[in-house]
Design a protein around this ligand. Structure first.
Ligand code: HAX
Length: 442
């Protein structure tokens, strides 16, 4: 059975579970909301459902029940590599099943038929101001392709049917996942390589082809595979995933939805943090280490200088996690295991920051989590391989995050999730309920 048929079967089998929960247990309480959650970004309120990944504050992310090492271990590997193909991971995220090599090969072949980005997109992105941020180019380039949306076509056909709508989301989702690396490589070459474009190599899997299209080395193929998988999904409450889910809940098609998700990813408290980490680290080298080796004392001073200016330490802290992000650790292990990279001064500096920053942040006393997140480590690897243009790093994140966001909205439609519409209250209402010791729910 191919991916779509397997997915169809899974969705049909799953539907009664969601339907039963709503019908028989719909009024069972699973959470309550406090004033600080209401004002403080809905933190921790259990009001989203996804079976694709789960983020435990202590353990970190599990994709379909598997930790990061278990996921890497279980999936079929790319030819000649210890890393799985992104395509096998896509199959796994969508279905929860580890694909066989034959099933993986089918997805690889399918991506090739879907990955072609229309010429008008390149033309339009080329016409954008040269100093546009690459995330603007990515989001706009994706949105331009909306006219090809199969979901929108189905909706407008007059034959729209809730039961089969997910199939059209799946079609768009797969097109988007396959096309984004091509669009991103185009943006990279346009902005940073004098518009010297490299054609798709149809013999390569997604990660390897991306490396090829941005003129990268053999080793970078694994970097791309690892990076896209690690950044794919972090349950549904983070800004990019939640935005995508929210926008799609209005039955906006996946192009609208993920373009919006990318705009959220571009925020410095979210995906753009990887760019900020490199910026902070390079500036630290320039300002504090001119002619001298970085020391823990210098790093401590630089961290305090940043905090005393009222700024955050990029790459540290997390809204859910309360320990070092396993995505940070997976990348750190890659650095340690890669000859050359493990001796790289920037990696050594980031490793030294890892030794110092949690203590400084704990002493500072504000953040609930003084440990590094995924963004604290990812830029160093890119920089080492010659991707020194760190404004591009969030684009790489965006390619990976598409896997999670697109798998999630395919399931959203499969299970018929409702239009998202939380309720607002006024500050005066909060003040009244505060004075009364809580809202009278009777
Ligand atoms: N440096 C300094 N202060 C920090 C901090 C950091 N790295 N992380 C949190 N704080 C501060 C917050 O600004 C907040 O201060 P105020 O009370 O003055 O507003 C306080 O600590 C409490 O925050 P928190 O509850 O621990 O964290 P939040 O859930 O509010 O925010 C963030 C989580 C990730 C946004 C936050 O830790 C942060 O800004 N980190 C730096 C930016 C970053 O690395 N972002 C990437 C996160 C991972 C991700 O999504 N990647 O895409």
């Amino acid at each position: 059975m191919g991916l779509k048929e397997t997915l169809s079967q899974k969705i049909m089998d799953f539907r009664p579970r969601t339907q039963k929960l709503v019908k028989e247990f719909g009024k069972i309480k699973i959470d309550e909301v406090t004033i600080d959650q209401c004002i403080g970004g809905a933190r921790d309120i259990r009001s989203l459902v996804t079976d694709i990944s789960y983020l435990d504050p202590q353990e970190g992310i599990r994709f379909r029940g598997k930790t990061i090492p278990e996921t890497f271990d279980a999936l079929p590997k790319a030819a000649g590599s210890n890393y799985p193909t992104v395509e096998s991971f896509w199959y796994f995220l969508l279905t929860g099943d580890v694909p066989t090599q034959a099933q993986t090969d089918e997805v690889v072949a399918e991506f090739k038929t879907r990955q072609v980005v229309p010429e008008y997109v390149f033309k339009a992105v080329r016409a954008m101001p040269a100093d546009s941020h690459p995330m603007v180019m990515l989001s706009a380039g994706l949105l331009l392709m909306q006219k090809d949306s199969k979901f929108a076509g189905f909706y407008n056909s007059g034959k729209f049917n809730k039961n089969t709508a997910w199939e059209y989301v799946y079609e768009d989702a797969t097109d988007i996942v396959a096309r984004l690396p091509i669009l991103s490589a185009f943006i990279y070459n346009l902005k940073y390589r004098g518009d010297k474009q490299i054609a798709i190599d149809p013999s390569l899997d997604m990660g390897a082809n991306f490396a090829h299209m941005i003129g990268q080395s053999e080793t970078y193929k694994d970097v791309a595979r690892m990076y896209f998988i690690l950044h794919s999904d972090h349950e549904s409450g983070n800004v990019s995933a939640h935005t995508t889910h929210l926008v799609h809940s209005a039955l906006s098609d996946p192009y609208y939805a993920y373009s919006a998700g990318l705009n959220g990813l571009a925020g410095p408290l979210h995906g753009l943090a990887n760019q900020e980490v490199l910026d902070w680290t390079i500036k630290f080298q320039e300002e504090y280490c001119a002619g001298v080796e970085p020391t823990k004392e210098l790093i401590t001073k630089a961290l305090w200088d940043t905090l005393n200016k009222g700024q955050v330490i990029p790459g540290y802290g997390h809204a859910v996690l309360r320990k070092t992000d396993p995505r940070y650790m997976a990348q750190r292990e890659f650095c340690i295991a890669t000859p050359g990279l493990n001796e790289d001064p920037l990696f050594k500096l980031v490793a030294m920051i890892f030794e110092v920053a949690p203590g400084v942040l704990t002493e500072h006393g504000k953040t609930k989590n003084p440990w590094p997140n995924v963004d604290a480590q990812s830029g160093v690897i890119q920089y080492y391989y010659g991707l020194k243009e760190y404004a591009f790093y969030t684009v790489l994140f965006g390619i990976g995050r598409a896997l999670g966001c697109m798998a999630n909205i395919t399931w959203d439609r499969g299970l018929g999730y409702a239009l998202e519409r939380p309720k607002s209250v006024t500050t005066a209402m909060l003040e009244k309920w505060a004075a009364e010791g809580g809202r009278n729910l009777a």
